[in-house]
Ligand binder design. Structure first.
Ligand code: GLP
Length: 244
């Protein structure tokens, strides 16, 4: 694990964006895995700023998102597609058909998961994958369970996850109960993982993920097995780590 720990969230966002940019700058057509949630918003703002200053172009980039809620169309303000468009993709020079995210409102979600898996597999291994972490240690929407799934699949969201994500909806009843997510195998295949977390609320789960036993009950603990992980934390999120 390569640790990058900074006093403030803003420094994490900036340093993570710099690593992201330097990682893809010299690749002709980089394939990047993107994440949603509040954690990457600052990084995306830094990417937009770098694009506006002419420091990076996204013309040759292809993106693959981790996950999407089942039932939400791209136009729904709480969908991850809407999030990606408004937080990053609409503000840079990436062609729309170079961006991929599971279709939440597909007629048949199982077929959609298979279609998305084919797209991701044809691109694998991704050059870099951004990853936040859920309060229960989920990656994408790979929830704690007795087993983990390698490929893109449909998941039942845990109550912990639905409660954590209610901030993006008007009420808990509106938070979808299912989602499509990239599987752990695909995530782990990426050449470089940029894993990050900020804030004291994530301190306990970060300690379990990075220093606890590798277990399917904390899916992100699998990252300990990956050879090229960059961990970006602010001091609050890192405050319970013992070995750093
Ligand atoms: C969602 C996403 C995850 C993300 C998590 C954490 O559940 N599926 O990919 O890591 O939220 O969100 P936040 O960054 O808001 O804590």
């Amino acid at each position: 694990m390569n640790y990058h720990i900074y006093p403030t969230e803003e420094e994490v966002d900036q340093a993570a964006a710099e690593l992201f940019i330097s990682s893809i700058r010299n690749i002709k057509n980089p394939k990047v895995g993107l994440a949603t949630g509040s954690t990457p918003i600052g990084l995306y703002q830094n990417l937009i700023a770098a694009y506006q200053k002419g420091e990076i172009s996204f013309k040759g980039v292809t993106t693959y998102n981790l996950d999407e809620y089942i039932g939400l169309p791209e136009s729904h303000p709480s969908s991850f597609a809407y999030f990606m468009n408004t937080k990053l993709l609409d503000h840079v020079d990436i062609p729309k058909d170079s961006t991929h995210i599971p279709q939440g409102d597909a007629d048949d979600s199982y077929e959609e998961a298979e279609r998305y898996e084919r797209i991701v597999q044809s691109a694998a291994p991704l050059d870099i994958q951004l990853l936040g972490v859920g309060m229960n240690g989920h990656l994408g929407f790979n929830e704690p369970d007795d087993y983990l799934t390698s490929e893109t699949h449909i998941v039942q969201l845990s109550e912990t996850t639905r409660q954590a994500n209610v901030k993006d909806f008007d009420s808990i009843d509106e938070v979808p109960k299912t989602a499509i997510t990239m599987g752990m195998g695909t995530i782990m295949k990426a050449k470089k993982l940029l894993f990050f977390a900020k804030g004291i609320d994530k301190a306990d789960i970060i300690q379990q993920v990075l220093e606890g036993p590798i277990t399917t009950q904390v899916p992100a603990s699998m990252l300990q097995l990956h050879a090229n992980v960059h961990v970006f934390l602010d001091q609050s999120a890192a405050s319970k780590l013992k070995d750093v």
